[in-house]
Every structure is written in structure tokens, then in C-alpha cells.
Design a protein around this ligand. Structure first.
Ligand code: GTP
Ligand code: MG
Length: 370
């Protein structure tokens, strides 16, 4: 049922909560500022006090934000988005760095890379892979809890001299919970005490059956240090991507998720977006979580300014009015007024939720806008 706290109702009428409590007492309602009122009562009281009431539900404000479903004929292949997970020191960062060096474009540009939380490796011949950089398990869980399912494939890095460890198990359960296919990268095979077969048998205990054990999970032996067999790992990713038939409509207003965001002293809010569908353009107006903004500038992971970003393309965006949270969704909208309306609505919602949590009442969502 729709409810609102006395406090929140007072705030929306620009009056003090104590004064509203007094008004309610006059009506015979003995309540405190933390009490919740049902929508009808709140409306009556507000109207008695001379306010006109417009009830707004979440469905109304967010209506049409996502846009229409895409037609099958508008769907075009897009690069896979890959997250690397694994136990501490098993070589996640080394592997990412090694694969990044295989980018033909970065090579040409002199390889000046920039940390934006995600990057794309261009292998030529229209083969591209997007990596989410060092998201860590906590960030992955946070993004998932916000409904952002941006990863298509998980690379499970297992050091061949160490085999399955606690965070390997954690990564396996993340992948399973998210329903994301795994590719096993058996790393550090250059080490004298490497035992790749032990990794394969140990994986069986976690219901991961690699191909050489008769299963359908791809496994590749690599050495991030010696840059051995990286092309085989990339081929495995591209093969898995092909099986997933990853497609998106690039010709529509952009929609996607925040990978990373921070406040920069000189540049204001800086956020890395991963476009999920549509194309993001410079000048686009968007709402992202409970923030909004106008895309003032975009950079890719090579630090180059870009004017547009299509599906699975990670970009750093400037021009937001505040710092969004990782996992927040962004949507391009038609006007600043609309962007502001949605952002403000969500800000109120988040505030209400926080208030309800602290006061222990179950406040479902905001109901009245006065
Ligand atoms: P955290 O971020 O701390 O969880 O570690 P990580 O998984 O990112 O591992 P990282 O890439 O930092 O590598 C850990 C150590 O293993 C470093 O000393 C690397 O040089 C070494 N290492 C990584 N890959 C290989 C490899 O293929 N062979 C050998 N011999 N050493 C490796
Ligand atoms: Mg690391």
C-alpha cells in the first residue's frame, strides 16, 4: 500500500513536522513525526491545509524510460563483456595487462592507456573484447544487487601451482548465481611446480567439468608472465561469445550501466559507462541512478575523445551533476526537465528508503508530490 511518513509529508508542504503533527492531532490523529500515513489520509490532510495533491507512482515517473523493445532485424552483433575473477595473486591483473598489450589500436596510438574501469581490446578483423577491469568480488556483487548484469563471460583464473582456493570458489558461485558461462584460464603454467591437471580434477568437485574431462567448459593453459597462449584464450572468449549470439540495437537512444564513478577535483563527476544498447552521443541528456546530466565529453580507455559510443563500448563520461553508484543504470531522455524529474524522484525514493530503514517502518515508496 502507498504510504508516506509525517516527516516527509511535512517536508513536501514546506512545513515543520511538529506543525503537521499538531494539525493531525486537531483531526484526532495521535501520531509522531516518524509515523506513516496511508495515501488517502495524507491527501485529505494536505488538501485541508490548502495544497493541491498530485499522486505520482514509480510507474508513472519511470514510464517510457526504457523505450520500446528492439526489433530482431535491428539487432547487430556486439563484442562480449568479460570479467576476470579468481583467487588473490593467481594473476588476474597480469593477465589483463598482457591481453591489453595485444590491442592493435593501442599499439598504433603508442599505448597510452588510461584507467577507466573497463577497456576494449581490438584484435583486428572486427574482433573485439570488452574487459571489466579489476571489479573485485564485492563490486560484482554490488552491481548484481542493483540489477546490473553487464558481464557476458567470466574468466576464472586459477594458478596452476596453487589450484582451487577460497576466492576461486567464491567466483564460481558468483558465476553460477549470475548464470554467466565460465572459461577457465589455468595460469602460471611456466612455473616448475605447475600442475594443470590437478586444477582440472579439483574443478570437478565444484561441478565444473572442462572439455578434456568430458564437460563443456573451455579451459586454456596460459602464462600471463611469459605471454604464452593468450591468443588461445582470446579465441575461447570469441567462441563462447559466438555461442551466446550477443547482439544489440545500436540505433536507438543509449542505455547501459555505471562501471565506476568518482569525483574529480577539476572535472567534477566522472563516470565510466558501459553502453548496453543504443549509441551514446556527446550532448545527450541522461538520467543515471538518482543523478542526471548532459554528456559534455567522452573518452575511451586510450584517453581519446570520442563523439559516440555503441554497445559494449566503455567510455568515461563528463557532465553529470553528481556521482552515481557502480551498477546504476543510465538512460538517455528527451529533455533536461525529464532527466531532472526522474533523478529527483529517485533521490526522494532513496531518501525515503533510508528513512524507513532507520525508523524501522516499512515505507514502500513515495506517493504524493505536493
Ligand atoms: P590480486 O589483485 O592481489 O588478487 O592479484 P592478481 O590475481 O591480480 O595477481 P597478479 O597479476 O598481481 O599476480 C600475482 C603475482 O603472480 C605477481 O608476482 C605476478 O608476477 C605473478 N604471476 C602472474 N602471472 C604469472 C605467470 O603466468 N607465471 C608466473 N610465474 N608468475 C605469474
Ligand atoms: Mg590484481
Amino acid at each position: 500500500p502507498e504510504t508516506i511518513t509525517v516527516q516527509e509529508l511535512a517536508a513536501r508542504m514546506s512545513m515543520r513536522a511538529v506543525d503537521l503533527v499538531k494539525e493531525l492531532m486537531k483531526e484526532g490523529q495521535m501520531v509522531t513525526a516518524n509515523a506513516t500515513l496511508d495515501a488517502d489520509t495524507a491527501q485529505l490532510v494536505a488538501e485541508d491545509l490548502g495544497h493541491s495533491v498530485k499522486r505520482v507512482s514509480e510507474a508513472d515517473v519511470e514510464e517510457g524510460l526504457e523505450g520500446a523493445a528492439d526489433k530482431p532485424e535491428d539487432m547487430k552483433p556486439r563484442p562480449p563483456v568479460v570479467t576476470i575473477m579468481g583467487h588473490v595473486d593467481h594473476g588476474k591483473t597480469s593477465l589483463l595487462d598482457a591481453m591489453r598489450q595485444t590491442d592493435i589500436v593501442a599499439g598504433e596510438a603508442g599505448g597510452i592507456t588510461q584507467h577507466i574501469g573497463a577497456y576494449q581490446v581490438d584484435l583486428g578483423d572486427n574482433r573485439k573484447i570488452t574487459f571489466l577491469d579489476t571489479p573485485g568480488h564485492a563490486a560484482f556483487t554490488q552491481m548484481r544487487s542493483r540489477g546490473a548484469q553487464v558481464t557476458d563471460i567470466i574468466i576464472l583464473v586459477v594458478a596452476a601451482d596453487d589450484s582451487i582456493m577460497p576466492q576461486t570458489e567464491e567466483a564460481i558461485s558468483h558465476a553460477k548465481a549470475a548464470g554467466v558461462p565460465i572459461i577457465v584460464a589455468i595460469n602460471k603454467v611456466d612455473k616448475p611446480d605447475a600442475d594443470p591437471n590437478k586444477v582440472r580434477t579439483d574443478l570437478l568437485q565444484h561441478e565444473i567439468q572442462v572439455e578434456s574431462m568430458g564437460g563443456d567448459v573451455q579451459d586454456v593453459e596460459v602464462s600471463a608472465l611469459k605471454k604464452m597462449n593468450l591468443d588461445a584464450l582470446q579465441d575461447a572468449i570469441l567462441l563462447q561469445a559466438e555461442l551466446l549470439e550477443l547482439k544489440a540495437n545500436p540505433d536507438r537512444p543509449a542505455e547501459g550501466a555505471v562501471v565506476e564513478a568518482r569525483l574529480d577535483k577539476g572535472r567534477g563527476a566522472v563516470a565510466t559507462f558501459l553502453v548496453e544498447r543504443g549509441t551514446l552521443h556527446r550532448g545527450d541528456i541522461l538520467v543515471v541512478g538518482s543523478e542526471w546530466g548532459k554528456v559534455r565529453a567522452m573518452h575511451d580507455d586510450k584517453g581519446q575523445q570520442v563523439k559516440e559510443a555503441g554497445p559494449a563500448y566503455p567510455v568515461e563520461v563528463l557532465g553529470l551533476d553528481g556521482v552515481p553508484e557502480p551498477g546504476d543504470k543510465f538512460n538517455v531522455v528527451e529533455s533536461e526537465a525529464r532527466a531532472r524529474e526522474v533523478a529527483e524522484f529517485r533521490k526522494r525514493q532513496r531518501r525515503d528508503k533510508a528513512a524507513a530503514q532507520t525508523s524501522g517502518t516499512s515505507l514502500e515508496q513515495m506517493m504524493a508530490q505536493l
